[in-house]
Design a protein around this ligand. Sequence first.
Ligand code: KG4
Ligand code: ZN
Length: 397
Amino acid sequence: MLTLNKILEIPCRLPKWKIHGFLRGFTFHSGKQSLHKLVLGIETSCDDTAAAVVDEAGNILGEALHSQTEVHLKTGGIIPSVAQRLHRENIEQIVKETLSASGITPKELSAIATTVKPGLALSLGVGLEYSLQLVKQYKKPFIPIHHMEAHALTIRITNKVEFPFLVLLVSGGHCLLAVVQGVSDFLLLGKSLDIAPGDLLDKVARRLSLVKHPTYSTMSGGKAIEHLAKQGNRLHFDFRHPLHYCRNCDFSFAGLQSAVDRIITQKEKEEGIEKGQILSCAADIAAAVQHTVASHIAKRTHRAILFCQQRGFLTPSNAILVASGGVASNLYIRRTLEIITKATNCILLCPPLKFCTDNGIMIAWNGIERLYAGLGILHNVDGVRYEPNLVLIQTSF
Ligand code: KG4
Ligand code: ZN
């Protein structure tokens, strides 16, 4: 029988909080390294300056995060130079807070792990520059992190998930389905042909001027749409489902964005309101968009599960779908995914809401995973660069 992973609400009470994850039961290769590994993770790939210290059992010793969401909402989108300035202003404080909450000194760290790809070049640069400074000062190994690999492995902090598993990564910049065969071994099954679902939801929220509504003014676009949709009737609008006839696992959201834009313009005319005012049918539009996104994501994921089952890519008795990334914190989308996992004898696992959106914990944990797998640990950082536009490692099949 299948179960939906119960959403774990992890209390965040600093200075020190821990997650008693199943990983504690994992046996790591003893003898390879000493028993107590601590990794500082640093994340600045987009608009969150975040850091965390995590140990090998998934205990989060300390973490801190500075979100730029409110600033970018006011300017109608992320301006890279503004993001860079805010990262620069906050990174030192965030790392200091993290270390002090952890109660450890940099000397006690086993390694420093930092997102170096993909993301906004100006943002990645701040995290990398700061990390390399620490690495050199304290003579620590450096572990460059792929942001999407970190999203994919986050689930292993809280759940005992063995490889291989199917992962759906849905965020503001990415949308992909892959079989995770190992820490850095991904078999890509499908990706977005245009924009990511989070990008679409952010654009719709902006177009609906939700930032002017006190309830939604500080929420990310996706979160605002999820909340507003609860008051709407999705049946009042009928958007075409993307890539209906494509027999693969790719995604597309740009057509839906244009369709929503057209409807909003039409409704603005009908209601005689100016651009920037909130439509009376905004909640219905939000509900219909969310439903179309959820059902498109679920249909492509369903194909991917069937494909994996046909090809024997997943363990038949324990086929797992992990959904992660900012958009995977959407409960409507989670419930829709649950329908397809139930129908295909799969187990749906989602990280706790707080771990789905960008954070330092997932980067530190990816560092731990790489440390134990002996992958990509650098003792010499000469020539380390950030790589803004990289896609996840692709293996052909
Ligand atoms: O993973 P993430 O924090 O950053 C990227 O790697 O892109 O994802 C951010 C995206 C944003 O587009 C945001 O609107 C969306 O995730 N998001 C949501 C929700 N919370 C954040 N989308 C749908 N429902 C939510 N509750
Ligand atoms: Zn992300």
